[in-house]
Design a protein around this ligand. Sequence first.
Ligand code: C2E
Ligand code: CA
Ligand code: CA
Length: 716
Amino acid sequence: MPDDDSGEPSGGSDYGMATNLSGETARVSALVGLSGLVEAGTLLEATPECLVIAGADGQIVFANHRVEELTGFRRDELIGHPLSVLLTSGLGAVEDSRFEGTCRRSSGETFPVEVHLGSIDAPEHLAVVTLRDMTELQAGRDAKFEAEAKYRALVDELPAVVYLDPVDENLDSIYVSPQVTTLIGITPDEWLTDPYAWRHHVHPEDIDRVWDEYVLAYNEHSTLNHEYRMVHEDGSVKWVLEQASTITDEHGEPWLIQGVIFDISERKKAEEQIAFLAYHDKLTGLPNRALFEEMLELAIARGRRHELGVGVVFLDLDNFKLVNDSLGHAAGDELLIQLADRLRGCTRETDLVARQGGDEFLLLLSDMERGSSALPGVDSALMVAESVVIRVHEALQEPFHLNGTEFFATASLGVSLFPQDASDGGTLLKNADAAMYQSKKRRPGGHVVFSGAGEDPLQKLSLTTRLRRAVELQHWVLHYQPIVNLSDGSMKGVEALVRWREPNGGLVPPGEFIPLAEELGLIDAIGEWVIEEFSMQDRLWRQQGLDLQISFNLSPRQLRSAQLSEKIISKLRDAGVESRNVVVELTESAAMADPDHTQQILAELHAWGLTLAIDDFGTGYSSLARLKHMPVDILKIDRVFIRDVDTDSDLSGMVRAMIQLADSLGMTPLAEGIETQGEYEFVKANGCKLAQGFLFSRPVPAAEIPALAARPLIAG
Ligand code: C2E
Ligand code: CA
Ligand code: CA
């Protein structure tokens, strides 16, 4: 029995139960509703009331022992006979009512009774008739207490806790059956003297709901009938079913509240097992779509109440059919099982991973904070969703082992968020599905589309956040731009240029993130990845018979990293790359910022056989004296001088001078940014040895290099 410490409603009892519902009717329907748990008859017998139940046709289907006592009829003389055997007058009222009538005893004599007529609609229409001997009523409450004593004797035997409380909150609790000790481990006395005994044994997760239900029953004057968990003194959790209703006194005033609490733990356990089977996918053991939808509804309800965000991620494998077709269905099943495991591993504990069916999976991200995260302007729910998506992609980086073969799976994902994209579960699911479909269409494999606003919400994340994550997950790609021998148009080598691949599949050019990466101290990590990546590429190209020099860029900040040259050299050596095939590019301004230090590093790298290039030459303020003492092999003339060099006489003069300067210092000149035939012809005619530019080729993925290297990049 809840104690109203919330202060509402105050309606008469210390637990706020309905006080003016139609007592008998409600009680009987409550009791009849118990069938299946205990024999309904047991409880109907337990009541001190004189009770008759008739079917829709007016035939008596039940009469309790009190009827026998009152009328002298044996039950078998009543059951199957019309109600009129008992009631000689007053019948005919169809609706629930209370009236005075005449009752017949088996001896034939009649006596006045008060009749309560109630009805129960389910499972079939039943009339519930309670009879009260008017003479008995005159004896006052004493009779009631006598009846109560019998009632007590009976309920003590019930496999349930029965309690009886006065409606008047000032009176002590009247009775609780000794079974309370089995249920929650306290004595009846403790129950009767501690007004909080009940509340303290209701499971903390259930108390709010249970209390709401009490309040509802009170407000709607209905019988209480609910299930919740109680916690035994020993800590064990019991599921209970509680039913309660009011009993009115002879004036029709609410008098007592009686309730029954059944231990239904066993039934719950069975139900849970059945529910598990109905709500889970047999193959993977994951929740199925039905359970997902229910959890989604709950998550949205919580999200609404506590202003939290909810996300739905729809995942579809891109190449599942291939597995089934080539490796067989058993391998397909195995893939799904392994995938389910990985998905479980990359979500938060509170998230739900479900199998939608086939090769489609659903992730439910609930209870996410809304609004901006610690980083201003970054939606925190979006950030959580994005990091889950990135973890999913990461989880797919490793091959699956099926039938002794390795298989790489890719997936397309769609994300939809509550409240920004949809306000209900159905729409959220639909949006996530549509977004997944979009992403598959755009480019299957590691692609994500967020539903909503059209514009990619990833753009809303701050660059800083995205970049940090990219570093963690190495979301980098190298493109290679050919460097051309001007003498014959052949490919001398390539420059490795980094790009950042965002989770949405877009490539970010280095100009947009290298400066920030330097500022955040992330450049070293990127630089290391670049070396590992092109080293691996070098090996592959050599296996294909391609002999190319690979240039890579060092940023000014990297020069400050301790033991830079050792690190570079050991990485190259570990990868088996010959140092003479590697060119280190350093911008002129970087080289001149701390020339002593730079000179030392360049000397070390040079000693290991690496080729050195000064990048963007002409844009910094070189001290020629310094440059002369640096072991530089290549001078890359910046593209600001090359643009229109063939038509602009100032530029022609400068570029000619730079080519001569390089020659005089023993360096090979390289013209960057050749875009036109005129620019190409000018630099070639003026003795430049090497060139690079869109005219020959843009930077391209590694896979395109072999074809480009097969023939001259430029005619003549
Ligand atoms: P950079 O070293 O001067 O690289 C050449 C840049 O010029 C590349 O831009 C390339 O796409 C562009 N380019 C080449 N030919 C032409 C042309 O004919 N016309 C025009 N307009 N542009 C041309 P990208 O790839 O955007 O690289 C920009 C800069 O980012 C690079 O300039 C380099 O300083 C830096 N960077 C690139 N990769 C790395 C890296 O791995 N590490 C470091 N630290 N910096 C890098
Ligand atoms: Ca460069
Ligand atoms: Ca350059």
